[in-house]
Design a binder for this molecule. Structure first.
Ligand code: SF4
Length: 330
């Protein structure tokens, strides 16, 4: 069953300047992105920093209002709601409970003045999940145990914990309302390597138990491969390739995906043979993106058409979508 989908999703941030703070330009962070998230599935989103992957996560969870496009949320009874323009109380009643998000830096997402007990119990009380304070406290203790923390830690404050422990607290808070979808924005990139795999395994364990869907945003290709059923590769606000995880890693087709994989030193030797494509330079500014294919200024395989016409995504088989003129007519 589908939980969330988006069509032609755009997010432009205005840049204001001058005495009257007039809009002088836009940062085109998201350009016509489509995504479908099914129950129990994991969608990985990869790309260099600034490619729009975090904006996509924040727009899906309605932290950002989309500039254009449609977001459809399917509630637990199967009823569809267009939540593109809904805010606050106008959102479908179960949306805020069903769709949760965790962030890169758990220190920013936890209130330093709140104990861990209050942090984890706040959403349970907001959504009136349990009948009384005793039941809430037992549930908080259960959640802390589930994420690998001692229930006795509940009286402590965020600054008393390591980065990995803080991310576990953020996960406990997010899963406390039994979400159907958890959007994870670089959840391990602020953590020590030794702790990263613990957090990833914790998320996988919770997903196995609850059938929760994950949108897993990361610049780490190995982690995304390990986590995801399907992967979307983003470049300058657009999805340039998306495919089932193994298909994408066995045979990346878009020159940008190939370059991204070639740039990872620890990458699987099979894929290192691709090393033909080298990722050089920085992505162009999203304020003034190039015409045509957004990757053309850096693409070693660019053709004349690439500089003028934006390629449409085509299915080259088995749901492997590539937006590149090399595959036009495939
Ligand atoms: Fe390269 Fe052209 Fe394909 Fe863009 S459309 S990735 S510039 S070959």
């Amino acid at each position: 069953m589908k939980i969330l989908s988006a069509r032609r999703l755009k997010k432009y941030f205005p840049i204001r300047s001058g005495v009257f703070l007039q809009v002088s330009a836009y940062v085109r962070a998201l350009k016509a992105v489509d995504i479908d998230v099914e129950e129990g599935a994991t969608i990985g989103i990869v790309g260099e920093s600034g490619c729009g992957k975090s904006t996509l996560g924040r727009t899906l969870v309605k932290i950002h209002e989309p500039t254009e496009g449609k977001i459809t949320y399917c509630d637990p009874t199967g009823q569809e709601h267009d939540v593109s323009r809904s805010l606050g109380r106008n959102l479908a009643p179960t949306f805020r409970k069903d769709i949760q998000m965790i962030f890169q830096n758990p220190y920013d997402s936890l209130d330093p003045r709140m104990t861990i007990r209050d942090t984890v119990r706040e959403p349970i009380i907001t959504h009136r999940l349990l009948p009384d304070a005793g039941a809430v406290d037992s549930y908080v203790a259960e959640l802390l145990t589930k994420v690998g923390l001692y229930p006795e830690y509940a009286a402590r404050y965020p600054h008393e914990f390591s980065g990995g422990q803080r991310q576990r607290i953020a996960i406990a808070r997010s899963i406390s309302v039994r979400p159907r979808l958890l959007i994870c924005d670089e959840p391990t990139s602020a953590l020590d390597v030794s702790v990263q795999s613990q957090v990833i395994n914790l998320l996988k364990d919770i997903q196995r138990e609850t059938n929760m869907a994950l949108v897993f945003i990361s610049h780490n290709l190995d982690v995304v491969h390990h986590m995801s059923d399907r992967i979307m590769v983003m470049y300058l606000g657009s999805v340039v390739e998306s495919a089932p995880s193994d298909a994408l890693f066995d045979a990346p087709m878009h020159p940008y995906t190939q370059a991204l994989m070639s740039a990872v030193p620890s990458w699987d030797p099979r894929n290192r043979k691709l090393g033909a494509v080298k990722l050089e330079g920085e992505p162009p500014s999203p304020i003034n993106p190039p015409p045509g294919c957004p990757f053309h200024p850096r693409c070693p395989r660019r053709m004349d058409v690439c500089e003028k016409t934006m390629p449409e995504a085509v299915d080259i088989g088995g749901g492997h979508m590539v937006a590149c003129h090399l595959f036009a007519g495939s």
